[in-house]
Ligand binder design. Structure first.
Ligand SMILES: [Zn+2]
Length: 508
């Protein structure tokens, strides 16, 4: 079976990584970890987008060559992923030979097929954003000037007319629409589908795919006076990485992207693939944006959240957890330290931390810290129900519905906490110590299952939890169809329950 191929966008290296990059990449990591826990083959790709005028400029400002500059930022990204417990299988850079070769050969093939042709580009250009705008898109400025429509920019635009290569996007409208209809999952979440369909139905224009002004890029094959436009260049990374590893990897199963680049991924990219005669990815999923303390993140406000600063105070696990507990993937949400702290104390320190502390204290008291080899006949916690929820949680994560997976997990943590109160082993122990032990063993079993559920989100906390309750690493309980039973989650050679530091010490 072909590995499940997951991608994030490759990140443009004109600035250091921030919460937005971390969000997408952690999402891909959670999905990858979930599938790996189910024993599936996964290939998780991320990387950096390193060509273009902005990089040329940023490098010049830093008094470095573009390549030296790119090396520096690319390693910041790599280091951040490591620090955030993100484990990609491959990291592609658009300055690597494997990528540049793919770009050259794709461009050449499309020139040959007539999908790329030479024409003249007329429009407006924002030097700061390195973006071309049509006259219709520009904002009116003083004295008849045209201004950049990017709300964070609004700088005067340059009028440009230059020779350019174009991709015949206009040729693919009907085929795109029939693909969307035949594969409803392709445009995800479904709330984004109608916008893209309407965009395509309104008629597609051919798009410029080369730049005469830009030196730092892949030269157009046979015409060194042009370089391939960064977007056309960047999108091909998914194919370049796959083809360089394993011929069976393509197509990608899911591209996870931010909504600001959805159109490129759901319209331009599939049209490029059709033109190249390659298969289309299974799904293109657009997630929403974070505001910070109620404000949009922007360079001018300088309010980008640095993930390392947050994890220094709250830990990597809490950061990973918060991003997906706080807002549904696909919608917009607000990041604030106050809400992070609230979630941390309520969900992690209280709900999960207390359950672990109570269960391990009682295991030491009523079971002498030893986990029984098998569970008793009496089922105090509805074990079958938990096994079934495992499949619901897996399904939610596979559908990239992380917040509902976490809601299910936390409702089970709440249920187990209530069960401890209701069953009150400390009362039962006064007359029936053996039964008190059985209740505690059941609660421990439930906690072990919860440990497997939280592992994709919080790998380090899951490992600590396992070591506290003497449980080896467990596969995420398989889906119902896999015919595993709850008791399969019992450790082969149970360890011992130990006292330890709180998993999430409360924050004042
Ligand atoms: Zn601009």
């Amino acid at each position: 079976m072909k590995p499940f191929y997951i991608t994030t966008p490759i990140y443009y290296i004109n600035a250091a990584p921030h919460i937005g990059h971390a969000y997408t990449t952690i999402a891909a990591d959670i999905l990858a970890r979930t599938l790996r826990l189910q024993g599936r083959q996964v290939h998780f790709l991320t990387g950096t987008d390193e060509h273009g005028l902005k990089i040329e400029k940023a490098a010049a400002e830093a008094k470095l060559s573009p390549k030296e500059y790119a090396d520096g930022i690319a390693s910041q990204f790599r280091d951040l992923w490591k620090a955030l417990d993100i484990q990609p299988d491959d990291f592609i850079r658009t300055t690597e030979p494997r990528h540049e070769e793919t770009v050259r050969s794709a461009f050449a093939a499309l020139l040959k097929s007539g999908d790329i042709y030479k024409g003249r580009y007329r429009g407006f250009y924002c030097v700061s954003d390195e973006t071309f705008w049509t006259e219709k898109e520009t904002l009116p400025g003083p004295g008849g000037a045209k201004l950049c429509p990017n709300p964070d920019c609004k700088r005067p635009l340059e009028r440009v007319e230059e020779e350019s290569y174009f991709f015949k996007l206009s040729r693919y409208g009907d085929r795109l629409l029939s693909h969307y209809d035949a594969h409803p999952e392709f445009l995800s979440p479904s709330s984004r589908a109608s916008e893209m369909k309407n965009f395509v139905k309104a008629g597609l224009q051919d798009i410029s795919v080369s730049r005469a002004k830009v030196k730092w890029g892949v030269p157009v094959p046979g015409d060194e006076s042009h370089t391939v436009y960064v977007w056309f260049d960047a999108l091909l990374n998914y194919l370049a990485a796959a083809d360089s590893k394993d011929a069976s990897l393509w197509p990608a199963d899911v591209h996870i992207v931010g909504k600001e680049i959805y159109r490129f991924h759901s319209v331009v990219w599939p049209a490029m693939l059709m033109a190249l005669g390659r298969k289309l990815p299974g799904k293109v999923f657009a997630h929403g944006w974070w505001t910070v303390e109620g404000e949009k993140m922007s360079k001018s406000k300088g309010n980008f959240v640095d993930p390392l600063a947050v994890t220094k105070d709250f830990g990597v696990d809490a950061f990973r957890f918060f991003l997906f507990r706080e807002m549904p993937f696909g919608q917009d949400g607000d990041f604030s330290i106050a809400s992070l702290k609230r979630r941390y104390n309520a969900d992690l320190a209280n709900d999960l931390g207390n359950l672990l502390n109570r269960a391990s204290d009682m295991a030491i008291r009523y079971l002498d810290g030893a986990i029984p080899e098998s569970l008793g006949e009496r089922d105090f916690i509805e074990r079958e129900k938990m096994a079934q929820l495992s499949s619901a949680i897996s399904n939610a994560i596979e559908g990239l519905d992380f917040s509902s997976a976490l809601a299910t997990i936390w409702s089970e943590i709440g249920r187990l906490n209530r069960l401890v109160n209701e069953r009150a082993p400390w009362e039962v122990a006064k007359t029936d110590r053996e039964k008190a032990g059985e209740i505690v063993a059941d609660i421990l079993w439930g906690l072990r299952v919860i440990g497997s559920w939280i592992e994709p989100f919080m790998p380090a906390a899951a490992a600590k939890l396992r070591s506290r309750i003497g449980s080896p690493r467990m596969p995420m309980l398989a889906k119902l169809g896999d015919q595993r039973r709850p008791q399969d989650a019992l450790p082969q050679s149970p360890g011992r329950v130990s006292k330890g530091e709180p998993l999430f010490p409360r924050k004042a």
